[in-house]
Design a protein around this ligand. Structure first.
Ligand SMILES: Cc1ncc(COP(=O)(O)O)c(C=O)c1O
Length: 370
């Protein structure tokens, strides 16, 4: 028996977007604009920062597993605290779901090119990981329903989806749900729901609860707290109860919990974020289309651009990098011809557009042969 299980040995590690520091160092640039990880360009919620500062003098004490935040969220959504879990980012909770509910013979089902964080976590468990293709860059829920078998245990749906930004409607979900057996768990990842909920098509899953659905949300995106690691989930109390058994007992940290609680009060910051993002998305849709690019219809804080080829995508990515604009190439997602670009401040958005326009106009200036 090898020391390292085969599933881990063969696992491709999570490749996060490049950090600003790494690019600054590599190219000796003074200014870096990171539009690669769907972060909030306004920085963290000021109320959250204040609350974290205030929480620091109690950090000699163990935290309470996010109890206050769970209570607050339960109140906000008219649920019981037993229906709510808090953790180290939504990925922290996702890791618990994989650990709690998957047995060796179970299978995971999702779309091709799913959110990379989920791919890595699910594959690390060594179970069969099955996917169906997108249709027009949207989840093909009909095909997914048809692919469910006796072994399907977890069905992962991100709405909006990363990396495409596309959403599915409530009617599409309802039709899909009819085919899902009660022994299969639907993991509904709503990391970007605050951006999407303005859309009349968007099915806020809090308005329809099923016993085998777990909804995950996060403070990493719209509240600008990606570095703090705080996320939450809603589900039937039996699911939450079992998840709580295996959750690391002292996650989230007391500092992260304080940040989350205060962020929920920061309505002004939330509105500013959404307003800026709406302007950025409008600009991206119009300006990238004007450059002759396909812009996948996104309801999140990023757009995906399928390029003419993987070589063109690589050239654009590398040209932008040299100019200090970091975007996300999607090779790790299995889409080497696609790029994903987050909205930034309007100045950052304009700078990025100019750089893309130059890269496309002079594709050979920087070469992509390396
Ligand atoms: C679809 C999706 N789910 C989850 C996450 C991770 O969120 P968190 O920072 O809460 O772990 C991301 C972050 O990029 C995401 O895009």
């Amino acid at each position: 028996m090898p020391l390292v299980p085969l599933a881990i040995e063969q696992l491709r590690p999570y490749e996060a977007g490049l950090s600003a520091e790494a690019v600054r160092e590599r190219y000796g640039l003074a200014r870096i604009d990171k539009l690669a990880s769907n972060e909030n360009p306004l920085g963290p919620s000021p109320l959250a920062v204040e609350a974290m500062r205030r929480s620091l003098d109690r950090t000699h004490l163990y935290p309470t597993g996010g109890l206050k935040l769970r209570e607050r969220l339960a109140g906000m959504f008219d649920l019981k605290v037993q229906n709510v879990i808090a953790g180290s980012g939504s990925e922290g909770i996702m890791a618990g779901i994989i650990r709690a509910f998957l047995c060796d013979d179970d299978e995971v089902l999702t779309t091709d090119n799913a959110f990379i964080g989920f791919q890595v976590l699910a594959k690390s468990r060594g179970v069969r990981y099955r996917t169906v293709p997108y249709t027009d860059w949207r989840y093909d829920l009909q095909a997914l329903a048809g692919a469910i078998n006796d072994k399907t245990k977890i069905i992962y749906l991100a709405n909006p989806n990363n990396p495409t930004g596309t959403i599915f409607s409530r009617a599409e979900f309802d039709a899909f749900y009819e085919h899902v057996p009660q022994r299969a768990l639907i993991l509904l990842d709503e990391a970007y729901f605050e951006y999407a909920r303005q859309s009349p098509r968007y099915p806020d899953s809090m308005h329809y609860r099923y016993d085998n659905v777990i909804t995950l949300r996060t403070f990493s995106k719209v509240y600008g707290l990606a570095g703090v690691r705080i996320g939450y989930g809603f589900a039937h109390e039996e699911l939450i109860g079992n998840l709580l058994k295996i959750k690391l007992p002292f996650e989230p940290s007391s500092v992260a919990e304080a940040a989350g609680l205060a962020a929920l009060d920061d309505v002004e910051y939330l509105h500013r974020t959404l307003e800026l993002n709406a302007r950025g998305m409008r600009l991206y849709r119009e300006a990238f289309a004007a450059l002759g690019l396909e812009v996948v219809a996104s309801d999140a804080n990023f757009v995906m651009l399928p390029m003419a080829s993987a070589a063109v995508a690589k050239t654009v990515f590398e040209t932008l990098l040299r100019e200090g604009v970091i975007i996300r190439p999607l090779g790790a997602f299995g889409l080497p011809h696609c790029l994903r670009i987050s909205t930034g401040t309007m100045e950052q958005n304009e700078r990025c557009l100019d750089a893309v326009s130059r890269a496309l106009a002079h594709p050979h200036d920087h070469g992509s042969e390396r």
